[in-house]
Design a protein around this ligand. Structure first.
Ligand SMILES: [Zn+2]
Length: 323
């Protein structure tokens, strides 16, 4: 129930009842409403200055977690970088050295950085420095890991080639010579057994009974298998690749033909006395890049260091070759 309002009238000295119409009451109500609305808005703003809504709190917590995560990620990337740099070091100073490859220049290892700023879209972030730093580190590591893996591919193929090379290079004696008694004459000036003059002997002679097996001293392909009245009489030349060839002379017979592939240890023929020879023996030569070299360096799969010393002494002492 609305109380009635009265107003004092000085002329009649009486209180008269004030009639308030509906319009006036409505406008007063509206004013009151607006004022309280403004007041609550102001209070809300003040409130938000000091207090957070639950959603803000969640977002802030998540942001903090992400930041911590980023910091950890950056630290982990630095560890990965250390491991990678250790791999690069070993690659350049060990693996590539073993397989006779040049180290990868640092200009290649570190290529592809700088130039346009690909991280500019990250600059507007609150923690842009950390985010950009991490993104950049990840890019660098990815690139370097790629270069490193390419280098390992190369090392693997070099290793496989090396294996082939080790199987191909002459590395055993061409006849069975366990006690070295068959070592007759080696590399150097010798008296020729038939011409009786001093001549350079470009190979090593192994005395053995006619028919003794002769072995290929490394993997390769038969380049020559020839017969003639003089010189080496009946001889075989094997091309081992990698610049190496071996020659086997004065054979009684050979059982290979030109173009045939042979393995180290395959029987290629038998000891004889064919050609210019003073007795049954095998004349053996090793050629490197087209020039004869001392065969005594090419028995490394066969001889212990002691046997090697004895072999040198024996081959040097023999004053006359069998040719
Ligand atoms: Zn000889």
């Amino acid at each position: 129930m609305v109380k009635a309002k009265y107003k004092f009238n000085p002329e009649t000295l009486n209180y008269v009842k004030v009639e308030t119409n509906f319009k006036a009451r409505l406008s007063r109500l509206l004013v009151l409403f607006s004022v309280s609305l403004v007041m609550s808005a102001v209070m809300l703003v003040v409130f938000l200055q000091f207090y957070e809504t639950p959603k803000t709190k969640i977002l802030k917590r998540e942001n903090q977690r992400l930041l911590t995560q980023y910091e950890m990620m950056y630290k982990n990337l630095k560890d990965v970088e250390k491991v990678l740099s250790d791999l690069q070091e070993r690659d350049d100073n060990l693996y590539r050295v073993i397989f006779e490859a040049d180290p990868i220049p640092s200009s290649v290892r570190n290529a592809g950085f700088g130039g346009i700023n690909k991280y500019s879209q990250l600059e507007s972030l609150d923690n842009s420095e950390l985010v950009i730093k991490t993104a950049r580190k990840l890019d660098i590591i990815s690139k370097q890991a790629y270069v490193q893996s390419k280098s390992y591919d190369e090392v693997v193929s070099l290793a496989m080639n090396k294996e082939k090379m080790l199987a191909s290079i002459p590395a055993v004696m061409p006849v069975s010579n366990k006690d070295l008694k068959r070592t007759a004459s080696g590399w150097g000036f010798r008296i020729h057994p038939i011409y009786k003059i001093r001549r350079f002997h470009y190979g090593m002679d192994f005395t053995a009974p006619i028919g003794t097996e002769i072995y290929a001293t490394g993997d390769g392909v038969v380049k020559e298998a020839e017969t003639s009245r003089s010189g080496f009489g009946r001889w075989v030349v094997i091309d081992h690749g990698f610049g190496y060839e071996t020659l086997y002379g004065h054979m009684n017979e050979f059982n290979v033909k030109k173009g045939q592939k042979v393995k180290r240890g395959s029987v290629i023929g038998y000891v004889g006395n064919a050609g210019t020879s003073s007795g049954p023996h095998l004349h053996y030569e090793v050629h490197r890049n087209g020039k004869p070299v001392n065969p005594q360096y090419y028995y490394f799969k066969d001889l212990t260091p002691d046997e090697y010393e004895r072999m040198i002494a024996l081959s040097v002492n023999a004053g006359q070759s069998y040719d």
